[in-house]
Design a protein around this ligand. Structure first.
Ligand code: NAD
Length: 473
């Protein structure tokens, strides 16, 4: 089936492409990944534009009403923000699809509701905060109170733009901070529209500001700005290092959520049908462009044959196609260079001696869209590049192991430590895995469930390079 082109999408949905208020910099194109058509162009924000946005955030923080509001008033506005996002769900989903290529049904069903929930969650959370009193010194009371930090710089990636930018925005402003959000240069539209909606929901001017542009220009100007009090960054490890270096010149604290190469362990006592389903979701949702993708699937030998047969068969039957079609399960990758990077790993896998069991190529019938076949590769050794490097695409490695200790050792043999998955009916084993796999979150018999309340405390045990961490306050 042909992929719907932009003109048709806009005419069918009535969605209007918002103007991005970029000011003085280079012209940046936004490309629809499903057809490679130009959606729009915007002028990149330069250091001077970033300075103006930081000043607006500072002014709102120092002189505006936001941080002086009682929590109940901030709660009301945060809930209104959630409500207005829900009201505009379909429009936001179309804008997001046009930039990121994510299937619209996934956006309307999961990611846009999640963006709204982020505001609701922090509305609830701020009502539970309390200070502390210390009474150890006779005659003295030491009070610890919670104060907002000031201006937050929020740098977001392209793989789940609205869901992740909304998390950063909600978690910073809920406590009285103001912020400057920088979406990825590939995906500015839905985030920009959401910020307009936040103002319509009644958020005071200057509390949430947006700048747009590439990381090396706009992002770099933002994270090295001396007027920024906190930085929250979601993205890749190399960028995180660059941001920490920029932040160091002003001693600005940085909160990071980075990449992953997470293990998905399937044991021989698991409910195999559920494990196959969950493992497919863990690696192929969002075309595998997820920090929490379960990209290394480790199989206990006794069930390996049956699992591989079912998993490969189901991978081949995944409906890859038009992200505007509600029946589509997997859309295109977000941009051409990323697609080429993901495709290059098929060659790397072959050179390393891995066996390609499914996919491995571009979906030529959907070109010039950036579609890649769900790819499954059998490996014998976790030291291969396809097991160690974050591919960030629909690319699963399968590896067979004998027992839990071997599986844990392989799971932990990684530079990353974001999350892990395991499928077993043995809860004693589940607890052992939870304690032995070095990652911030371990899901047992659970695909991709998010509980924001637990995410606040799931810091990594050993590896600081990637984690799901605490909120900004
Ligand atoms: P990226 O690191 O290339 O870019 C992320 C953001 O940083 C973009 O907005 C980019 O413009 C900006 N940026 C780039 N260089 C910068 C610089 N020098 N200074 C300031 N900003 C700069 O990441 P990406 O390709 O957009 O996203 C993919 C990565 O994000 C993957 O590694 C993925 O695992 C990770 N990720 C992590 C989480 C999480 O919660 N842990 C969630 C989603 C994605």
């Amino acid at each position: 089936m042909a992929v719907k082109r932009i003109a048709q999408i806009l005419s069918d949905t009535g969605v209007v492409i918002p103007k991005i208020a970029g000011k003085s910099g280079d012209t940046i194109p936004v490309i629809y990944p499903a057809t490679a058509e130009l959606v729009t162009c915007f002028r990149e924000d330069t250091a001077a534009d970033v300075d103006a946005a930081v000043s607006a955030a500072r002014e709102a923080f120092e002189s505006g009403p936001w941080r002086r509001f009682p929590a109940s008033e901030r709660q009301q506005l945060l809930r209104r923000a959630g409500a207005i996002i829900r009201e505009h769900r379909d429009e936001l989903a179309v804008l997001e699809t046009l930039c990121a290529g994510l299937p619209v049904s996934h956006l309307t069903g999961r990611q846009i509701p999640r963006a709204a929930e982020n505001f609701d969650f922090f509305a609830d959370y701020i009502a539970t905060l309390a200070g502390e009193t210390f009474e150890q010194e006779p005659g003295y009371l030491t009070l610890v109170t919670r104060e907002p930090a000031g201006v937050a710089a929020l740098v977001a990636p392209w793989n789940a733009p609205l869901a992740l930018a909304s998390m950063q925005i909600a978690s910073s402003i809920a406590f009285g901070n103001s912020c400057v959000s920088k979406p990825s240069e590939y995906t500015p539209l839905a985030v920009g529209r959401m910020v307009e909606l936040l103002e319509r929901a009644g958020l005071p001017e200057g509390v949430v500001n947006v700048v747009n542009g590439r990381g090396a220009v706009t992002g770099q100007a933002l994270v090295s700005h001396p007027g920024v009090d906190r930085i929250a960054f979601t993205g890749g490890t190399a960028t995180a290092k660059a941001i920490m270096t920029s932040a160091a010149s002003n001693l600005t604290p940085v909160h990071m959520e980075l990449g992953g190469k997470s293990a998905n362990l399937v044991f021989d006592d698991s409910d195999l049908e559920r494990a196959v389903d969950g493992s497919l979701i863990n690696i192929f949702s969002n075309s595998g462009q997820m920090c929490i993708a379960g990209s290394r699937i480790l199989l206990q030998r006794r069930i390996a044959g049956e699992f591989i047969e079912r998993f490969v068969d189901r991978s081949r039957r995944i409906r890859v196609g038009d992200p505007m079609d509600p029946a589509t399960e997997v859309g295109p990758l977000a941009y051409e260079a990323h697609m080429n990077k993901v495709l290059s790993y098929t060659g790397i896998a072959r050179e390393e001696g891995a066996e390609i069991l499914a996919g491995g190529g571009r979906v030529d019938s959907l070109a010039p869209g950036f579609f890649v076949e769900p790819t499954v590769v059998l490996v014998e050794n976790n030291s291969l590049r396809v097991c160690q490097e974050e591919i960030f695409g629909p690319f699963a490695t399968l590896q067979i192991c004998d027992d839990a200790d071997e599986a844990i050792a392989i799971a932990n043999d990684s530079e990353f430590g974001l999350v892990g998955y395991a499928w077993t009916e043995n809860m004693a084993l589940g607890l052992k895995l939870q304690q032995s796999i070095r990652a911030g979150t371990i899901w047992i018999n659970t695909p991709l469930l998010r509980d924001p309340a637990s995410a606040q405390n799931s810091t990594p045990r050993k590896r600081p390079r990637s984690y799901r961490g605490p909120v900004l306050h």
